[in-house]
Design a protein around this ligand. Structure first.
Ligand code: FMN
Length: 174
């Protein structure tokens, strides 16, 4: 039965949410990654994606500087590194190396792709929109990469824990 609940309770109840990494490069060209729950597709044609990034994040500075990112869906076996990227700042440290991630060059943008990911979008920022305590970076998708072999990718539960789901193993209702 519906009852009025808090924001925190609703966030947990409405879980899980796809958990992704946005890879950027800083002023020195060093790649960094941020764990994101707040991303969405916003346009089909042309394909566009928006991400919400807090101004205190190092990734905000990197986005400000390079105006591009890759949005990568880590595979299940990458969960520890992916969690590290969502819980530690890359300011003054090489988070991607600490996470043990291998990187691949992107086709159209400066930030790299996450090797081993299930899907990676190459994105170029076209618009920015401050929204409360985050800022939306609205970007055009300029190249797409994917691994079509079956496998799970990551979801967060209440932004506190991770799980993994594969589209091949879900119960189909409609
Ligand atoms: C499950 C989860 C979801 C998150 N989603 C976002 C998000 O959508 N936007 C954001 O700005 N930070 C988000 N964060 C927090 C950042 O990933 C975290 O602050 C990170 O350390 C920032 O790294 P940076 O300083 O290297 O950019 C999330 C963290 C977790 C664990």
């Amino acid at each position: 039965m519906l009852q009025e609940i808090s924001w925190e309770q609703a966030i947990k109840l409405a879980s899980p949410y796809p958990y992704v990494l946005a890879l950027t490069v800083d002023k020195q060209g060093k790649p960094n990654a941020i764990g994101l729950g707040w991303w969405t597709y916003v346009s089909w044609d042309p394909p566009m994606i928006a991400i919400a990034v807090g101004p205190q994040r190092y990734s905000y500075e990197c986005l400000d500087h390079c105006g591009e990112f890759t949005l990568c869906f880590p595979a299940q076996d990458q969960w520890r590194g992916a969690w590290h990227c969502g819980t530690t700042s890359g300011r003054g440290r090489d988070k991607l190396a600490e996470a043990g991630f291998q990187l691949l060059p992107a086709k159209q943008v400066k930030p790299p792709l996450l090797a081993g990911a299930k899907v990676c979008y190459e994105c170029r920022v076209e618009k920015r929109l401050p929204a409360g305590d985050h800022e939306l970076f609205i970007a055009r998708v300029v190249a797409i990469h994917g691994d079509p072999t079956p496998g799970r990718h990551l979801y967060s539960i209440g932004y506190e824990k991770l799980t993994a789901i594969s589209p091949d193993e879900l119960e189909i209702l409609g």
